[in-house]
Write a protein that binds this ligand. Sequence first.
Ligand SMILES: *[C@@H]1O[C@H](CO)[C@@H](O)[C@H](O)[C@H]1NC(C)=O
Ligand SMILES: *[C@@H]1O[C@H](CO)[C@@H](O)[C@H](O)[C@H]1NC(C)=O
Ligand SMILES: *[C@@H]1O[C@H](CO)[C@@H](O)[C@H](O)[C@H]1NC(C)=O
Ligand SMILES: *[C@@H]1O[C@H](CO)[C@@H](O)[C@H](O)[C@H]1NC(C)=O
Ligand SMILES: *[C@@H]1O[C@H](CO)[C@@H](O)[C@H](O)[C@H]1NC(C)=O
Ligand SMILES: *[C@@H]1O[C@H](CO)[C@@H](O)[C@H](O)[C@H]1NC(C)=O
Length: 588
Amino acid sequence: MHCFVALTDLLMNLGKWRPSSRRHWRIAKYSIGAALLILVVHLAWSSLPLQKIYAKVQYDFTGDPAASTVQHDRLESVKREFLHAWSGYKAQSWMSDTLKPISGGREDQFCGWSATLIDSLDTLYIMSLGEEFDNAIKAAVTIDFEASTQNCQVNFFESTIRYLGGLLAAYDLSMDERLKPKLIELGEILYSAFNTTTGLPCSHCSLGRSKTQDIIVPDYDAPLADAFSFSLEFTRLWQITGDSKYLEKVLSISAIFQRAQSGSTIPGLWPERLDATDIAGSYSKFVTSSTKYSLGALSDSAYEYLVKTHLMLGGRDGRFAKLWMSATSQIKQHLLFRAYIPQWNETDTLFAGIVTKSHSDNEPVLDPRIEHLACFAGGMFALSSRIFKDPEDLKLGEALTNGCVWAYDNGPLGIMPETVTLLQCPEPRNAQCEWNDTIWEETRGRNLKYPPGYLRSIDTYYRLRPEAVESLFVLYRITGDLKWRDIGWKMFTKIIEHTRAPYGHATLTDVMELHEQVIQQNHTGNGTAETRKMVAKQKDQMESFWLAETLKYFYLLFSDPHLVSLDEFVLNTEAHPLRLMNSTRAYL
Ligand SMILES: *[C@@H]1O[C@H](CO)[C@@H](O)[C@H](O)[C@H]1NC(C)=O
Ligand SMILES: *[C@@H]1O[C@H](CO)[C@@H](O)[C@H](O)[C@H]1NC(C)=O
Ligand SMILES: *[C@@H]1O[C@H](CO)[C@@H](O)[C@H](O)[C@H]1NC(C)=O
Ligand SMILES: *[C@@H]1O[C@H](CO)[C@@H](O)[C@H](O)[C@H]1NC(C)=O
Ligand SMILES: *[C@@H]1O[C@H](CO)[C@@H](O)[C@H](O)[C@H]1NC(C)=O
Ligand SMILES: *[C@@H]1O[C@H](CO)[C@@H](O)[C@H](O)[C@H]1NC(C)=O
């Protein structure tokens, strides 16, 4: 194993060597380097011992607790809502990227490769909608990824997690061979995103074989998650196609992140933005162009994928475990905090905030602003507790999930907004503090707009996001504790109550209050009569992850726990289940 790491490192260093006549050497460098690397990966990987980490992830469920009527009704309700939005998409905006759920319009924001269609394939399969699934596959195989890249800047991150993840999961669940050529076609296009000056992927670029262009320069301020959340999809693509160039990218990019990990102002963590144009020297530009750290926007899945890629690789090559161990101790030390929360006294409750550390010598500054996007972290720690056999991480996962559940409960509509700032405890990391009215009144001052515990919300949207129910799902599958299902049901009913729209479900722009809205207009003889009602303000937008993630997680929370078992699958950051192999060796 060490010999293998050393070899890849050697070759990576070779790759950094830059002769003066750049264009000439570039071609030589790429072809020789790539061929050598692929050969080395082949040889080294097949000689590695498989370190078995068949940690049992799921609770030992006997039978199906979903067999009760109440669970069955919940399951049917989720399916009914899914079909409502899916029918709207089919009727109004078939093969567009997204449906506009209020007007019934269509929108393309990810190259028009039918994002909602591809993202929903595995949900159709999981919900046993066989005929719908078959028709959707027939449509999916007609998408010409190569042709439609002509006028489109491919969003590498979103295309990897939604399109590639969606196709991989549909293939892994159904074994439908019609999907394989599409996997390869899209895989080739996304692979070309790495054809850059530093080898780090380009976030938004014209990609594909047909492009004749100068070599791509990656971004000066690439989001961490964009540069470092492709490892699950590329590993699985390697396993399915047998083409080790995909694995080679996973290993070479992780080697860069590993060496850069100690160079940031909080060694162990990577900042939310990276200068992907510069990996020279001690990575001083790469990881210090930003000094902000979080588990939320811009960063989230980079950390999640460390745990999950380790699992998918069967523990072979310990680098993902090492990356995770170095990161997790810093996450615990710097990013997590406790806050004053009213009427919430029994369970430990933790939140993830945003930290700035401008210089290695300065004290880190915690902004106690919690993000809906970071609500996946409870599930991430619960999963890591099983994979690395650390019971403390399960407690941490529960405490973080409690934090998001509280944030939902405390909201006026029972839905957590995109971000909320809390009042942190005096000893934010060590102990839960008791609610204190005096301190609360003093801190919030004249801002009486929000419920106790919420200081302010600078983004009051609910974008149909899945992260909170994702953690409920993972915790239920790991602990078997039925309380997570009950919490999930409450969340589901609140979300549906406010988001339901004529053709699907709509984004909410303000979950902090209801707004008066005309819901009916009658034109009478002498004017117009209006009926007004207090409702949640909706926006004509329904992201594809509503069908791919949010409704899938709700469904899997109430379904037979053996459906998409976490012992057989690992879910990518778009909730697409990828099959875990007993032995990766069989694929070389
Ligand atoms: C990488 O870019 C170069 C220069 O544009 C091009 O010649 C080469 O075909 C590209 N390679 C891949 C794999 O896309
Ligand atoms: C807090 O504790 C009191 C007394 O033990 C209990 O009655 C109450 O239900 C608890 N509140 C919550 C939200 O759990
Ligand atoms: C609340 O905080 C104030 C100000 O720090 C303090 O004087 C008071 O004793 C606290 N009350 C309780 C019930 O802890
Ligand atoms: C017309 O307006 C008057 C007074 O505003 C009202 O009493 C009457 O019912 C209205 N007629 C119709 C047909 O709506
Ligand atoms: C408008 O018409 C509907 C159906 O005729 C009726 O139920 C409703 O009460 C009317 N609303 C107003 C404000 O007149
Ligand atoms: C892995 O091994 C187990 C036990 O031998 C077997 O039941 C299962 O089907 C295997 N899974 C795959 C994906 O081969």
